[in-house]
Design a protein around this ligand. Sequence first.
Ligand SMILES: Cc1cc2nc3c(=O)[nH]c(=O)nc-3n(C[C@H](O)[C@H](O)[C@H](O)COP(=O)(O)OP(=O)(O)OC[C@H]3O[C@@H](n4cnc5c(N)ncnc54)[C@H](O)[C@@H]3O)c2cc1C
Length: 383
Amino acid sequence: MSAEHIKLFYGLTCTEIGTNEQGEKVKLLQAKTLGGKEISIKCQKYILAGGALNNTRLLMASDSKHPGGIGNHSGLLGKFYMGHLSGDIATVKFTTPPKETIFGFDRDADNTYIRRRFSFTPEFQQEQKLSNTVGWLGAPEFGDFSHQNGILSSAYIALNLPLLKTRLGASTAIRRAAIGNDKGMYSAHIMNIIKDFGQILSFIPSFGYGRFVAKRKIPALFVYSAANEYPLHYHSEQVPNPDSTVSLANERDALGMRRLNIDLCFSDQDIESVVKAHHHWDQHLRQHDCGYLEYVSDDLETTVWTQAGDGFHQVGTTRMSEHPDQGVVDINSNIHGFDDLFVASSSTFVTSGQANSTFMIVAFALRLADYLKQEKEKNSASK
Ligand SMILES: Cc1cc2nc3c(=O)[nH]c(=O)nc-3n(C[C@H](O)[C@H](O)[C@H](O)COP(=O)(O)OP(=O)(O)OC[C@H]3O[C@@H](n4cnc5c(N)ncnc54)[C@H](O)[C@@H]3O)c2cc1C
């Protein structure tokens, strides 16, 4: 750690926020180690950056002077829990020359991997009352050997190797998403590998280098389709819904903290919007004579309902509002009613956008840092 003003404590979990008698200033943070040690921490300002769900859980657990937890003055702490909708309900069938399809990553001027997406202009989105939704060309699920692709079968086998099942290789969630519908049948995968052996030999060194050695790692695996057909992977905003909530469970963890009950609820509007977005993309492809979408079922809404689950992105449970009765934190990420307790997290977002919460988490964290710096300067000047 090179920043001389920062003291970093490892292995501590903050289990409670203690406040003064009036319940409007933080007195201390209680923290515990798994080894049974307990300490108190006192600062001038406190910023919760424990991830959306754990921030919310900590605020809820700090309920000795605040019914339902600190920040629950409006009854909205833990409400409007949002993730995203994602899945595949269609295959894009291009009628253009297959070699012209850009199915993989591009690189920008800084060499960062970037990805082309189907999306909508904000004006079109508003006019059509669509949630913010994008789609990108995917790869068939690795675990389904009927893709007959040796590279994907090699990836399936690699993701099942003990080394890659650990955190060294890929997270469990990423592994599961890539493998998808795991039909087992190693023999069928091995047949795919034998058929494409020459292609695999040239592919592995370049992909292996890009994925494990290069400074900028290839984020994911996409493969060329000679048939010019690609699964279209959608990713969509979830509309804010007060019935979608997290709350404290009775069960406790190893440190005695109550765990969270999660009740993530999607709505008809979320589902219908995903289906409508696909109809617009299909129309666009046909109008421009580039191809069309082939749907995976006749009942698309039911299919989207079965795919709605998320769990990757956590948004909305300490929502931001100008007025205290409409949210948990104010426009400076400060818990309403406190001047020393802040939240730096996607839990303050009032909408979920189509994806990639982290960029906005960082933007809001920088904004909070500026605000605290200005407040400090104002206070020093007035002394
Ligand atoms: C599989 C997967 C894929 C994802 N892909 C993307 C993506 O492509 N793009 C994107 O933008 N986002 C993605 N995300 C979301 C992204 O990971 C989160 O938005 C981001 O990590 C949130 O950062 P954070 O610092 O707020 O919280 P976290 O990363 O959750 O960090 C919080 C830290 O606080 C610690 N902590 C929690 N509670 C306490 C406590 N009480 N006391 C002390 N410490 C505590 C935790 O141990 C953790 O280290 C993905 C998430 C997953 C799971």
